[in-house]
Design a protein around this ligand. Structure first.
Ligand code: PMT
Length: 220
C-alpha cells in the first residue's frame, strides 16, 4: 500500500499472552505467540505510524522503530494501555488477555500436600479494550475475537458490548491458523458489514488489516 497512510498517527497495539502468577514459580497463561500483534505493529510502522507495542512474554524480537513496552500480567497491560492513550489515534487489542487471575499470588512456592485436589480462587481482570473504548477522547478502537464456534455472532456481540469500532474475528479451533501459527484467517466485522480474509501469512494479513483500518481512520 502507499507508504505514509498512517504518517503522523499514533497507534497502540497489545500483543501476546499475559501471565497471571499463582506463586513465584507458576502462572496461568495461554498459547498466544504474539505473531499477529507483532505483524500488525510492523505493518503500522511501515505505514508511517508512531507505534507503541505493549507485549506479554513472547519469543519474538520487537520490531525496530517502535516504542516497546514489556509486561507480564493483565493488570500491567491495563496500566500500560491506559498510560499510552494521550494522542492515541488507533488502538488495536490483539493480545490474549487472561480474563481471570488468582485472587492472591502466594509469596512462597506452594508445597504439595497430602490432598488429591486443590483449588485456586480466581478473580476477574479489568477488560482493557472496553476501558479504552470508554475513555475520552477516544481512539478508534479495534478488538479481536478468538472463538471456537459461532465466530461471527460472538464477534458481533463483542462489537456491541465492548462498544468497539471494528472486531477482527478468528476461529481458534482450526489448526494452522489462530494461536501460535504463522498464518491466520479472519473476518473483519463492522456494525454494518463484514469482510472475510481467507488464510494467509500473519505478515500479509497485518498489512491488509492496517490498510483497511488506516482508510477508515483517514475517512472518519
Ligand atoms: O499471538 P498469536 O499466536 O499470533 O495468536 C493470535 C491470536 C489468536 C491471539 C489473536 O489473533 C486473537 O484472537 N487475539 C485475541 C485473543 C482473545 O483473548 O480474544 P477474546 O475473545 O478473549 O477477547 C476479546 C477482545 O478483548 C480482544 O481484543 C482482547 O485483547 C480483549 N481483552 C480481553 C480480555 C481483557 N481482560 N482485556 C482485553 O482487552
Amino acid at each position: 500500500f502507499s507508504r505514509g497512510e498512517l504518517s503522523g498517527k499514533s497507534v497502540v497495539i497489545t500483543a501476546g499472552p499475559t501471565r497471571e502468577a499463582i506463586d513465584p514459580v507458576r502462572y496461568i497463561s495461554n498459547h498466544s505467540s504474539g505473531k499477529m500483534g507483532y505483524a500488525l505493529a510492523q505493518a503500522a510502522i511501515e505505514a508511517g505510524a508512531n507505534v507503541t507495542l505493549i507485549s506479554g512474554p513472547t519469543n519474538l524480537a520487537p520490531p525496530q522503530r517502535c516504542h516497546f513496552v514489556s509486561i507480564n500480567s493483565a493488570q500491567e497491560m491495563y496500566d500500560a494501555a491506559m498510560s499510552s492513550l494521550s494522542d492515541c489515534d488507533l488502538f488495536i487489542a490483539s493480545a490474549a488477555v487472561a480474563d481471570y487471575r488468582p485472587a492472591s499470588a502466594a509469596e512462597q512456592k506452594i508445597k504439595k500436600t497430602g490432598q488429591d485436589t486443590m483449588s485456586i480462587e480466581l478473580v476477574k481482570n479489568p477488560d482493557i479494550v472496553t476501558a479504552v473504548a470508554a475513555s475520552r477522547p477516544r481512539p478508534m478502537t479495534v478488538g479481536f475475537a478468538a472463538e471456537t464456534q459461532d465466530v461471527i455472532s460472538y464477534a458481533r456481540d463483542k462489537l456491541t458490548r465492548k462498544k468497539l469500532d471494528v472486531v477482527i474475528a478468528n476461529d481458534v479451533s482450526q489448526t494452522g491458523i489462530g494461536f501460535n501459527s504463522d498464518d491466520n484467517a479472519v473476518t473483519v466485522v463492522w456494525a454494518d458489514r463484514e469482510e472475510a480474509l481467507a488464510q494467509r501469512s500473519k505478515a500479509q494479513l497485518g498489512r491488509e488489516l492496517i490498510q483497511r483500518l488506516a482508510d477508515q481512520l483517514n475517512n472518519s
